[in-house]
Design a protein around this ligand. Structure first.
Ligand SMILES: NC(=O)c1ccc[n+]([C@@H]2O[C@H](COP(=O)([O-])OP(=O)(O)OC[C@H]3O[C@@H](n4cnc5c(N)ncnc54)[C@H](O)[C@@H]3O)[C@@H](O)[C@H]2O)c1
Ligand SMILES: N[C@H](CO)Cc1c[nH]c[nH+]1
Ligand SMILES: [Zn+2]
Length: 432
């Protein structure tokens, strides 16, 4: 892991660059697959599933028998853990509900907003190197609270066409009725255009590797919206002398083990603590089953010493990490200074894994610096906001002249007339 001491500001952007390929470099491949799937539907989806996932599928949809088998296979302990996580995620996302609030902007002019669920949503559940069934909870729970009518789920299968039982169990627990054994670019293209088997959706949600992330960005060109660019996982730990070195090393490795293109960064105010964390990292890494993946991710990662607090915070805000751990003596003072981060974990006893699984917050979060302008998934992502107004005669008298003047100034006389006719009728009625 590269060690950097008090870097010059001019070098920050280069130091903090992510190890993923650019949108431009993946676009030609993604565009080719999109075109084929738009033209040939299931046939092209099957072709690419064979090419990338080595599975020769005759049917894309998961059979009920596989779901029933998954329910029998999973241990009671794991089922209970999934239930606990689901209940915390439900509590946190239900608390995000906003009730309509009517405002009288002028006497007799009542305005308000109501939330409406997006009717058809597609959930992408990553499964290339690990079966991320926790992601189903993160997406299906808010979709259900919002009241989305049609929920379609795509996830990659193994070479035999099977999906991990925990994925099928969790999807069934969340009431998902349409589950497809399709991953990667081909899954996103299929949900964008619709195929003979896979329904077209209005909005696509979910994290994934760089291929999935670029495919989601491509989907937007075809009128399907997306939640956010949620690519390869990242973690930045901000630590001082008070940090527990072994906890921080474990947290850094937890995100490094996601994929070779993950990135973890330590920004440390103490040289001594930086050394301790580095030593712990080396030791813990050797014992990990996914050490090959984590080792490659660690090669992309950095240990940065910052003697100045201002520089450290500026660096964090410039990097805009997906996850940020604050492990300092004065976390409460630091929190208001954090402008850009997807999800923040405060103190030595808030491991990043808690947010991945069971604290209740959502783990679908912006990566690659997008925490500067995107939020992670929340209830609102599954809703649209519709505005309403109800205006009485008295209300129209209050604002009518202003509307007439503005419409006339824009040269839009039909707009003006829509008000003038009503104001005239009000004045006629008053006279009679
Ligand atoms: N940001 C977040 O909120 C968040 C949350 C969870 C996971 N993640 C990230 O999701 C990712 C999951 O990645 P994954 O690979 O395990 O699963 P994935 O499901 O995202 O991707 C697997 C698919 O990628 C496709 N693919 C693989 N290599 C390809 C190639 N060379 N060309 C074209 N397509 C190819 C295959 O079709 C395969 O099905 C990880 O990077 C993890 O860090 C991010
Ligand atoms: N850390 C991932 C988000 O970047 C989410 C996850 C799922 N399972 C484990 N981790
Ligand atoms: Zn994780």
């Amino acid at each position: 892991m590269k060690k950097i001491l008090d870097p010059d500001k001019e070098t920050w952007a280069a130091i903090l660059k992510r190890p993923t390929q650019s949108y431009a470099s993946l676009e030609p491949l993604v565009a080719k697959i999109f075109t084929e799937i738009a033209d040939e539907g299931d046939l092209a989806v099957k072709k690419y599933t064979k090419e990338f996932d080595k599975a020769d599928l005759s049917r894309l949809e998961v059979d009920q028998s596989a779901i029933d088998h998954a329910k029998d296979t999973l241990s009671v302990e794991l089922k209970n853990a999934i239930e606990l996580a689901k209940s915390n995620i439900e509590a946190f996302h239900a608390s995000q509900q906003v009730l309509p609030k009517k405002i009288e902007t002028a006497k007799g002019v009542i305005c308000w907003q109501e939330k409406r669920a997006i009717e058809k949503v597609g959930l992408y559940i990553p499964g290339g190197t690990a079966p991320l069934f926790s992601t189903i909870l993160m997406l299906a729970v808010p979709a259900n609270i919002a009241g989305c009518e049609e929920v379609v789920m795509c996830t990659p299968c193994d070479a035999e066409g099977n999906i991990h039982p925990a994925v099928l169990y969790t999807a069934d627990l969340c009431g998902i009725k349409k589950i497809f054994k399709v991953g990667g670019i081909q899954a996103i293209a299929a949900m964008t255009f619709g195929t003979e088997s896979i329904p077209q959706v209005y909005k696509i949600f979910g994290p994934g590797n760089q291929y999935v992330t670029v495919a989601k960005q491509m989907a937007m060109k075809f009128g399907v919206t997306i939640d956010l660019p949620a690519g390869p996982s990242e973690l930045l730990v901000y630590a001082d002398d008070s940090a527990n070195a072994s906890f921080m090393a474990a947290d850094l490795l937890s995100q490094a083990e996601h994929g070779v293109d993950s990135q973890v960064v330590l920004v440390c105010r103490s040289m001594e603590k930086l050394g301790e964390i580095e030593k712990e990292l080396d030791e813990q890494l050797k014992k990990l089953p996914r050490k090959d993946i984590a080792t490659k991710a660690i090669e992309n990662s950095k240990l940065i010493y910052c003697s100045s607090e201002k520089d450290a915070i500026d660096l964090i805000n410039l990097y805009a990490p997906e996850h940020l751990i604050l492990s300092t003596t004065d976390n409460a003072r630091i929190i208001p200074m954090i402008k850009n981060a997807g999800s923040v974990f405060v103190g030595n006893y808030s491991p990043e894994s808690a947010g991945d699984y069971a604290s209740g917050t959502n783990h679908t979060l912006p990566t690659n610096g997008y925490a500067r302008n995107f939020s992670g998934v929340n209830l609102e992502a599954f809703q649209k906001t519709v505005s309403f107004q109800e205006i009485s005669k008295e209300g129209l008298v209050q604002i009518g002249t202003a509307i007439e003047l503005m419409a006339e100034a824009e040269g839009l006389f039909a707009h003006k007339n829509a008000v003038t006719l009503r104001l005239d009728s009000i004045s006629d009625n008053t006279k009679n």
